[in-house]
Design a binder for this molecule. Structure first.
Ligand code: DON
Length: 609
């Protein structure tokens, strides 16, 4: 018997964990069409010609009342993949208008904040990893921060026990939002005026868009929590219940977006929006102050870069554990001939499971915000250390988290959504942002119309107490004022022979780095196409709990072999929603070919031209 993964009470992990997300699994993989009434039809974008892989021109019209999601598309001038068809189309429009990958990433992220309220956001935070033809790799950290009034034990009662839900629901669970600062920090690499990039999001909020079945179901599923954690009515609650084809209008959000358009970063972190956030805090024991908002800055960091079998991997450094975990996992398998073991064979899955176990043990013990704690990154990703970590690996026999633990370090001297964009100039951008849980804290800033994150739960609220993803931590990730909580988000780029090759990433909490790891190995080592790699059954081990999670379509025969090795298997509905763009050169060598693939697991949609 394979155990069923039980979601913690009161927590919805996002689309991939929802039972009603299956409404979409019946759509054909290549193309799915969702038709909605078009009574108030307005067309946001011009018609454009799409160059498909067969060179057949196809028209795309961005119409928020009738839209089509595509799972796989090829083009020659640029590509965008995101969690929502309308957001991907907005990104493509911006490329069409002469924008580069950064312009398209900004516009797509802003559109997601409107059409994908469960995770797309302006009240959360995230990371951008980009590679620009002219200036190379960069990483922008716009992760939320703990407010100045935050304290280490703020989620514990007098006995020192965690207060149920306090770090996960409502006002006190929110960190100081970083997304808007992140957008403006990336703007210096963009070409188009910000007003042009934000306008589609404003229009979508003001005029509305029709809900997909998945989004309608998800909003209904969260209705009780919205009612519990808000004192004012929110646009997200429809007492009669939402259904596919209903129009969601967000007037307050459109006003907030206009303030950001007109006043820039200050339109969010100061003035009316900031006052609305603080007023909301005062309604529910929240602690984010005007100063916290005014002082928030996004930070440009050095990306986590390394080589794997001739490919240059560029990913996110701390405060995300993602890039380090990815490097550890890939380096621990690099010399073990995994390609000969075969894709999804008991041997390859076991090897990948054991490296994931070891990387997550190190995450729990050593990783946190480097602005506050010393993290031995060089050692953790060093050849000798990783060789030693695998010394007790026994092929064909399950390891044990009780005996593996974190590695010995000699001190050195020293609800989420992902979008991928690539443009005709050879620029690439990978952005993963989150509210943490689906719809974050469930609290909407009254008058401002956007949801606040519940990212504080990503801190280790008490050593050894698991967060909502079951991840444990200790001192390195303890709460401190102004500190960023440790993340798993892994926006990642790959270069091959110094040329753009892959843009990828996914949501999924702690499963993010392991999904990115598996997608890369599936393509690089097993030679799978991007679509096959994205849609392949995923598995996940995170040290604690000592369980191997498998997706529901994981082959039963392989699961039996793993059980025979001694693994405890737990089935999950789905893991991640990976968005990949694979980039090649045209025959002449002068241009690029983009193959954009959106995950089958949600409403995700790919665009290219
Ligand atoms: O930063 C992190 O690692 C988490 N807050 C990400 C949450 C997430 O991926 C939720 N989506 N399914």
């Amino acid at each position: 018997m394979v155990k069923q993964y039980k979601q913690p009470a009161g927590i919805n992990h996002g689309a991939e964990e929802r039972s009603h997300q299956n409404c979409f699994s019946t759509f054909p993989l290549q193309s799915k069409s969702m038709k909605y009434p078009s009574v108030f039809l307005f067309v946001l974008a011009a018609t454009l010609v799409l160059e498909t892989g067969c060179n057949e021109p196809a028209k795309i019209v961005l119409n928020p009342y009738e839209y089509t999601a595509q799972k796989r598309v090829t083009g020659f001038r640029g590509a965008v993949v995101s969690a929502h068809p309308l957001a991907s189309k907005v990104g493509l429009m911006i490329l069409q208008q002469g924008g580069n990958a950064i312009d398209a990433a900004i516009a797509t992220q802003l559109a997601l904040a409107v059409v994908y309220p469960g995770a797309g956001n302006i009240g959360g935070g995230g990371f951008m990893v980009a590679h620009l033809r002219d200036t190379g790799a960069l990483a922008i950290d716009f992760r939320e921060k703990a407010a100045a009034a935050a304290t280490r034990d703020m989620y514990l009662d007098e006995q020192g026990d965690p207060v149920p839900r306090l770090s996960r629901m409502g006002h006190l669970s929110a960190g100081v939002p970083g997304t808007v600062a992140g957008l403006f920090a990336s703007l210096k690499y963009a070409k188009l005026p910000f007003a042009q990039l934000i306008q589609p999001a404003i229009d979508l909020a003001e005029k509305g868009f029709v809900l997909t079945a998945a989004e309608a179901g998800s909003l209904n599923h969260t209705q009780e929590a919205f009612n519990q954690y808000n004192t004012s009515p929110t646009a997200f609650v429809n007492r009669a219940g939402w259904k596919a084809g209903d129009t969601l209008v967000q007037m307050e959000l459109s006003e907030t977006l206009k303030r950001i358009r007109d006043k820039g970063k200050e339109g969010f972190y100061e003035g009316e929006t900031a006052r609305q956030i603080v007023a909301e805090m005062n309604k529910g024991n929240g602690i984010i102050s005007l100063n916290d908002l005014k002082n928030y800055e996004a930070v440009e960091r050095k990306p986590k870069e390394f080589d794997y079998k001739g490919f240059r991997i560029i990913s996110m450094p701390l405060p995300s554990s993602g890039g380090i975990i990815l490097e550890q996992c890939l380096k621990m398998i690099e010399n073990r001939d995994i390609e000969k073991m075969g894709f999804l064979s008991p041997r390859s899955v076991q090897l990948m499971t054991e490296v994931e176990r070891r990387a997550f043990a190190d995450r729990a013990v050593y990783m946190g915000d480097e602005d506050f704690v010393k993290v031995p990154v060089k050692t953790l990703t060093g050849e000798a250390y990783l060789k030693e970590r695998m010394a007790d690996f026994i092929p064909g026999k399950a390891g044990s988290s009780a005996s593996v633990g974190a590695g010995n370090i000699i001190p050195e001297s020293e609800e989420t959504t992902h979008l991928s964009v690539a443009d005709q100039w050879g620029n690439m951008a990978a952005v993963t942002t989150t509210l943490n849980d689906s719809y974050g804290s469930k609290t909407v800033v009254s008058g401002a119309g956007f949801l606040l994150n519940n990212e504080m739960d990503d801190f280790s609220i008490k050593p050894g107490v698991p967060n909502m993803y079951g991840a444990v931590g200790n001192q390195a990730n303890a709460i401190e004022p102004g500190k960023r909580m440790l993340s798993s988000m892994t926006p990642t780029l790959v270069l091959h022979n110094s040329e753009p090759y892959l843009v990828l990433g996914t949501p999924g909490g702690t499963t993010i780095p392991t999904s990115v790891f598996q997608t890369l190995v599936d393509m690089i080592d097993f030679g799978l196409s991007p679509a096959d790699a994205v849609n392949a059954p995923k598995f996940h081990h995170q040290w604690l709990p000592d369980e191997l999670y498998i997706e529901k379509d994981f082959p039963p025969g392989i699961a039996d072999s793993l059980k025979a090795m001694g693994y405890t298997l737990t089935q999950r509905n789905s893991i991640g929603r990976t968005e990949v763009i694979k980039i090649g050169k045209t025959k002449s060598g002068k241009g690029y070919i983009f193959e954009a693939v959106a995950d089958k697991r949600g409403d995700d949609s790919a665009e290219a031209y």
